[in-house]
Design a protein. Structure first.
Length: 396
């Protein structure tokens, strides 16, 4: 698991490409399975063609027209759902669907009224919002006229046509919003990475710029003094050694700070990782960490990372709740992290290396760890000393 909870690789593999063409046979199969049940309204036309009420020529023509209608419908919905208006081709194909629906109702009877359902769904799925509204209205009017002409009397289907058409416009807007949200998240992640690079560059400049400049200057002085003033040159070399050692200490402290995980960042990573693993997550967004020592916060961050890793990889859980609370105990105020899931807790019969190492890390920070199965899953509780005023934050 990466510092942000492994989201990128997992999201790339598990993300549902809503409103986009399938990349693999698996994605194509899932989209087809979603679309095929809606072909139920073709049952009446198929029954009409197999009933023997029409001549052989009419039956053959009806099968050909029905195949063409279904093919155009599946092509439009399967390839263009959720995309912006693509041009004349889409308009022509939608018009062809409407024309086929009208022609088949006029020639073969009221059993073909259900074709207007697919015309309405297609209008809502592939046309821009305002044109889609007009197209759905015109399609509903055409269906009304066909009901009156054929005398089918299927008025309830007219309501279905109107509702499904406008529902598809809402689905299309939801798809577009989802796609835009993913793009925005990717942009935010890229901006955050760029900002982190700039911060690292500034810190390195501040840490090493002065020290390296001083080392360079004193090295030049020592070189010039060495032939005639070896004592002064030796003093410059000693100064160089001192500056170098201090620079090394500064770099080590900076690296330690970079490596130290932050609880807020781990909470955000936990939310992403659990969601990517299809676990319903309840994670606090902004816990109160005022006055909490860095060592205590770091220990809880490691505990959260280990707990979420176990939930994602081993537990088989479908729900996970994370809470961060300030509590008053006999030993003083503590910050408590609780991670509870409804899974099995993993295959291990005893504490694994992760929990053992986590216990040692918490003990170094003056904290404790409790991990045990519950009636409905597994619960991990980590506590560390918290200096500062008591406050309460929950994982709701």
């Amino acid at each position: 698991m990466t510092d942000d909870g492994l989201p990128e690789e997992v999201r790339a593999e598990n993300a549902i490409r809503v409103g986009q063409p399938p990349r693999t046979m698996g994605e194509a199969t899932r989209k087809i399975v979603w679309i095929i049940p809606w072909l139920i309204f073709l049952g009446a036309p198929v029954q009409d063609l197999t009933s023997g009420h029409h001549t052989s020529a009419a039956t053959v023509a009806g099968w050909a027209a029905l195949a063409a209608f279904t093919g155009v419908y599946l092509t439009l919905v399967f390839r263009n759902m959720g995309r912006p208006f693509g041009g004349r081709t889409v308009v022509l194909l939608v018009a062809l669907l409407g024309a086929l629906a009208v022609a088949l109702c006029l020639t073969l009877g009221g059993a073909w009224i259900g074709l207007f359902v697919y015309v309405s769904v297609t209008c809502g799925a592939v046309l821009p919002q305002q044109p889609a509204y007009w197209a759905i209205g015109l399609n509903s009017l055409a269906m009304l006229l066909m009901i009156l002409y054929t005398g089918s009397g299927d008025w309830s289907l007219l309501l279905v046509v109107v509702l499904l058409g406008f529902a598809m416009t809402g689905v299309k807007q939801l798809v577009r919003t989802t796609v835009e949200l993913r793009k925005a998240r990717a942009t935010v992640a890229q901006l955050a990475a760029n900002e982190e690079r700039l911060r690292l560059a500034r810190d390195l400049h501040d840490l090493l710029g002065h020290s390296l400049s001083l080392i360079t200057l004193k090295s030049e002085l020592a070189g010039r003094m060495l032939p005639d003033h070896p004592d002064k040159a030796a003093q410059q070399v000693a100064d160089i050694e001192q500056v170098s050692r201090q620079a090394l200490v500064d770099v080590r402290e900076a690296v330690t700070g970079y490596r130290r995980p932050r609880l807020s960042a781990e909470l955000a990573g936990a939310q992403v990782a659990l969601t990517a693993a299809q676990v319903i997550a309840e994670v606090p967004a902004d816990p109160d960490l005022a006055g909490v020592p860095e060592e205590s916060e770091s220990a809880l961050a490691w505990a959260l990372r280990e707990a979420v890793t176990n939930v994602v990889r081993h537990s088989g859980a479908t729900r996970c709740t994370v809470e961060v609370l300030h509590r008053q105990t006999l030993d003083g105020r503590v910050l408590e992290l609780s991670v509870e899931d409804n899974g099995s807790g993993g295959p291990a019969k005893g504490p694994g290396n992760g929990l053992t190492g986590l216990t040692e890390r918490l003990e170094k920070a003056g904290g404790t760890l409790e991990a045990a199965g519950t009636k409905h899953g597994f619960r991990l509780v980590a506590r560390v000393p918290a200096n500062g005023p008591a406050a309460v934050g929950s994982g709701a």
